[in-house]
Design a protein around this ligand. Structure first.
Ligand code: URA
Length: 185
């Protein structure tokens, strides 16, 4: 199945009735041809739900800055989420929602076939490494998961929450630079 066909199938998904009823758009994500890096976030927020694009709100703006600092061009990077629909009121994704949405992300990653995945935040890190992992303990090394190479790091929202001098900002910056080095950039 092509990326476009997969995206069309996703937009008709009603596996999570609460999310399907509340959403404006299904945020499929973006996958430039030949992307070597895939960023995996948690779920669309209000802005993403309206725009139909991932990471366009505050967290996305910070992500763009940090990617550029690391020498990574957002336009060449795939950006997807664990959930494709916005949880109402920006609540955290529920476990059954994550599991119902899992096959979509799985197929997306198969199609993108990135050399490296960066999992942003605990929901995404848990998607790859299993629930109960701790971010502090799982970052800094490449995890091999089902044939995928995964770096775990903080979500840009956490970096915003803890401020420019907070540990999550420093870690996210460092981990994106690590990703760039692994890709030979
Ligand atoms: N947060 C996410 O995890 N994903 C987005 O697309 C936007 C905000």
């Amino acid at each position: 199945m092509s990326w476009t066909a997969l995206g069309s199938a996703m937009t008709g998904c009603t596996a999570c009735p609460e999310l399907a009823a509340a959403r404006t758009t299904v945020v499929v994500g973006e996958a430039p041809r030949g992307a070597r890096l895939a960023l995996v976030g948690e779920a669309p927020g209000a802005q993403e739900d309206l725009a139909g694009r991932p990471f366009v709100g505050k967290a996305g703006q910070l992500l763009d800055v940090l990617l550029a600092e690391a020498g990574l061009d957002r336009d060449a990077v795939a950006v997807v989420n664990v959930l494709k629909c916005r949880p109402p009121g920006n609540r955290a994704p529920k476990r059954p929602e994550i599991e119902r949405c899992r096959p979509w992300l799985d197929r997306q990653l198969d199609l993108i076939a990135p050399e490296l995945v960066v999992a942003l935040g605990l929901t995404s890190v848990g998607w790859f490494l299993g629930r109960g992992v701790r971010l502090g303990a799982s970052r800094g090394v490449v995890h091999e998961v089902g044939g995928r190479r995964v770096l775990a790091t903080y979500h840009p929202s956490a970096a915003i929450r803890f401020g420019p001098r907070g540990a999550p900002m420093a870690a996210l910056r460092e981990d994106l630079a690590h990703a760039a080095r692994l890709l030979g950039g």
